[in-house]
Design a binder for this molecule. Sequence first.
Ligand SMILES: [Zn+2]
Length: 295
Amino acid sequence: MRRIAWATPALAVLLSACTIGSAAGQAIGQPDAVPHASTKDSTKASHLLNASDSPPTLPATASGGPGRFPPTAKGILDGKVVLVDPGHNGGNFAAPSIINRLIWNGRETETCDTTGTQTDGGYTEALFNWHVALYLTADLRAEGATVVLTRTSNTGVGPCVTERAAIGNEVHANAAVSVHADGGPPGGRGFAILEPVADGINDAIVGPSAILGADLRAAFETGTGEPVSSYDGVDGIQPRDDLAGINLSLVPKVFIECANMRNAADAALVTSLRWQALAARAIAAGLASFLVGRH
Ligand SMILES: [Zn+2]
């Protein structure tokens, strides 16, 4: 039976609700660990209603490092593995010696990681990205996907952007998304998708990533009502050749800059749990559109 329980029309079409399955989670490198899932892990699609409460939580054993989380139910994403990469990390601010280390990003050197931006009121991008990733993880697992997270808390440091790409490659993710928000000019607003540029390493994923990007753009615009960026890219798409996360990826991958945290209108959105959940739901719809292969 199809039960339409999704707030985003595109996702309502794509994703049907199914029975709730077991909700065990385990960390990478700990295949024997079968921790208890939190109660919110199994409250399918209900978090939009409870968004003023708090984001979904991960199984209690999540250590802060990368983690792999199996489906909580069957759905149209059965068998799919999705890498969700919440940009930056809450501990980066206090660890400049670690995150400023130079790494090779496939084309040039860049720093291991950065702190990310924040609103004028001090709400950090790292926290926004983390919350969206939690909502997104719950949405994807509830539709049958296994989700691999590059970090499982907002209190750690890194990992380096090279490692964020490597994790997606190691698990052979069917799709990967880095979740960010921008620190653009205060007068500009909107979202943008950052797509890979061929560099020899990532050549095979440039085409599929463009399809993923188009699917995400359409779903995010429909699902959130957010306009495409007025200052970044063309029609919401911006090719980038300076990001390790996509320079080194061997799986289809894009970044999404969900909004401009330095813009007053966008800042009001990104600091809202309800909008964070809405953004996640829209990203899930875009990923689902790509993963069900209607191309
Ligand atoms: Zn960022």
